[in-house]
Design a protein around this ligand. Structure first.
Ligand code: PHE
Length: 436
């Protein structure tokens, strides 16, 4: 009977056909790395908060302890996700029961934050939180990660607001001018009516441009403040080097913002997507109880784990969860950004598993089985071969699992045992037939 129940943070849920959350995932609920003192994710959060608070007279309201259990309505419906949006699928999202899931993004709290805005008389908020997504297994993907999200809103009919926005933009431009080696390549929004990235109907061109400018300068400052800390640190660069910080804007799509953009940074020889954003759609304000056409504002979301890995040079995402002193001590009494010193490199042992399948299995379902069995003892996992038998129509797949423990070396016998465990599970869960 116990098996029919799932308990998360003192609440108990009944399993349904939609349930796919597992113990290896719920175990992470409550770890709150974004609030853990002297932790890189917490450091990144604080730098972003400080940067954004510097743009405005009234500090942003901070929400850092929303529960990760939200409704399908909060995570998707209220934000205008189409019914067939891939993000809703069971292969991508951890469902708890027919109504609840583990939030896949901090935007799940956007509507409630807009609602609170009215009582608080504050037009800006920031959220940081753990988010959950089913995904592949490698050095930069973990089913739990952290996001920071924020938004700023103004009433459209109040002329004073336009003065305030203009003043803040001027102030931010001044701040940006102080960065010596900063280049930004900007793009306009699409002026063609009815395209995904055109302005919204209820706002005019002037309002749209003004808000986009406020949003972009705010986020350019965030990114500049993050990277300058890395670039000005002598442990990362030679004493005479101050590398250029290069950013560019590209178009994006999010169901609850329009137009939408993404900011990219040129780092280690490639362009990296850092942060998604856009002007909040009227739909989101209406779902929060505002009168039609009365509000205008912008919102953004940024991944904290990825930022931490980039800026500190943390080579494996599993390290962020480490309780090992060799990891944690490096962050003691230093909230700035510096180059992380890898402390161990235990052997990676590879094993392949090949099997026949009668029914197709989603890649993420295979990954989940591996996570459930191996936890953090798997460094990465990939599909190395796949074909369909001409006569029987059965599919054959071969996966390579790279075994590695972060804190110690695994023995051959251990890995063999673990690997047999995976084979058994494949047979039991997917009706696979192991090939030898
Ligand atoms: N929630 C989006 C993501 O997870 C980021 C985002 C937040 C985009 C807010 C626009 C506005 O990618």
């Amino acid at each position: 009977a116990e098996n029919n129940k799932i308990s998360i943070l003192n609440s108990v849920y009944n399993r349904t056909d939609l349930t796919n959350v597992t113990a290896s995932i719920t175990r992470h609920v409550g770890r709150n790395l974004h609030l853990k003192n002297q932790h890189p994710i917490n450091n990144i959060r604080k730098i972003i908060e400080k940067s954004l608070d510097s743009t405005t007279v009234k500090p942003f309201v901070k929400y850092n302890d929303f529960t990760p259990v939200v409704t399908i309505k909060q995570n998707f419906d209220d934000l205008g996700f189409p019914k067939d949006h891939p993000g809703r699928s069971k292969s991508d999202t951890y469902y708890i029961d027919d109504e609840h899931l583990l939030r896949t993004h901090t935007s799940a709290h956007e509507i409630e934050c807009f609602q609170k805005m009215k009582e608080l008389d504050n037009n800006g908020y920031l959220i940081s939180a753990d988010v959950y997504r089913r995904d592949e297994i490698d050095k930069s993907h973990y089913p739990v990660f952290h996001q920071m999200e924020g938004s700023k809103t103004w009433a459209r009919e109040n002329k004073k607001n336009f003065e305030e926005i203009n003043e803040e933009i001027a102030n931010m431009k001044k701040q940006l001018d102080q960065f010596e080696n900063l280049t930004i390549s900007d793009i306009d929004y699409t002026h063609e009516p009815n395209s995904v990235n055109c302005k919204q109907n209820h706002m005019n061109d002037e309002e749209t441009s003004l808000l986009i400018s406020h949003m972009k300068r705010s986020l350019e400052l965030v990114v500049a403040n993050l990277f300058i800390q890395r670039y000005s640190n002598k442990s990362v660069n030679g004493p005479n080097e101050t590398p250029e910080i290069k950013m560019r804007w590209i178009e994006a799509y999010f169901p609850w913002t329009q137009p939408s953009f993404e900011i990219e940074v040129f780092f280690n020889g490639e362009w990296l997507e850092i942060c998604g954003c856009g002007l909040v759609r009227e739909l989101a304000y209406k779902n929060s109880g505002f009168t039609a056409e009365s509000q205008m504002g912008w919102a953004f979301g940024i991944g904290l784990d990825r930022m931490a890995m980039l800026l500190y040079d943390i080579p494996d995402i599993r390290l962020l969860w480490s309780e090992d002193d060799r990891f944690l001590n490096q962050f003691k009494n230093n909230e700035g950004i510096f180059k992380f010193k890898p402390f161990s490199n235990h052997a990676v042992m590879s094993r392949d598993v090949s099997f026949w399948l009668n029914n197709p299995v989603h890649l993420n379902d295979f990954m989940e089985l591996v996570r459930e069995e191996l936890g953090d003892m798997v460094e990465s996992c990939s599909l190395v071969d796949e074909f369909v038998h001409k006569k029987t129509g059965r599919k054959s797949q071969c996966f390579r699992i790279n075994y590695q423990h972060l804190d110690r070396n695994l023995t051959n016998e251990e890995v063999n045992d673990l690997h047999s465990g995976i084979e058994l599970k494949l047979v039991k869960q997917f009706g696979a037939e192991i090939r030898n």
